[in-house]
Ligand binder design. Sequence first.
Ligand code: DX5
Ligand code: ZN
Length: 224
Amino acid sequence: MSTIIAPSILSADFSHLADEVKKISDAGAEYVHIDVMDGTFVPEITIGAGVVKSLRKYSDAVFDVHLMVEHPETQIKSFADAGANIITFHAEATNHAHRIIQQIHELGLKAGVAINPGTSLSAIEELVEDAEMILIMTVNPGWGGQKFIESMLGKIHMLYHMIQEMETDCDIEVDGGINPETSVDVREAGANILVAGSAIFGAKDVAKAIKEIRGKEITHHHHE
Ligand code: DX5
Ligand code: ZN
C-alpha cells in the first residue's frame, strides 16, 4: 500500500488558506487535512464548515476533515454539504460511533474514527469493518507542533494486525508529531496515511518535506 500524505492546514497561514492549499497540492500531497476544533472537546476553536465550503471552490484535492468536536453527529451534514470527502470523528465524543459512521455513509462520504493517545483500540475494534479509516492520534489533540508519543507505535502495529486478521480494508492514519524521522517508524508499524502540519508548513521547501515524509516504500511481511 503506498503512503498518502495529508498536510494539516492547522499550521498554514489562515489569512491565505486557498494559496496554502494550492501550495501543498502542487507539491504532491494527496489529501488536505482540515482540523476542526470546537473549544470544548479541545480548548481551541479553528475552522468551521463555511471555510471548507469556500476552499472547495479552489481545490480538487481530497478534503480529510478531522472533527475534534463534541456532538459530532450535529456537524456531519454541514461538512458533507461543504465538500468534505472523508469525515473523521472521535470515538471519545459519542456513545453512538457506529450510527455516525452510517450517517456519514448515507451522505456518500468515507468515514474515519479517531482515538486519543489515552484511548485503547477496544474503542474502535467493532468499527474497523465498517469505517474506511482509523485515525490513531500520536499526540493529544488540540495543537500543532507537539512531540510524537513513541508509545503509540505499539498501538499502530496492533491495529495493523487486527485489520489483517479481519481480512478487511481499512486505512490507518496517524496524526501528530510526524516528520521525516517519525515517518519511518509509523510506516513500519503499519500506518498508510500520514498527517503532518508543522513539518510541512514550517519547511522552506514544502515539496522536499512531503517527499521526505513519504520516504521509501515499505514492504510488510505478514507472519502467521
Ligand atoms: C492536532 C491536530 C493535528 C495537527 C498536527 O490536534 O489534529 O492535525 O495539526 O500538527 P503537527 O504535525 O505539527 O504535530
Ligand atoms: Zn488532525
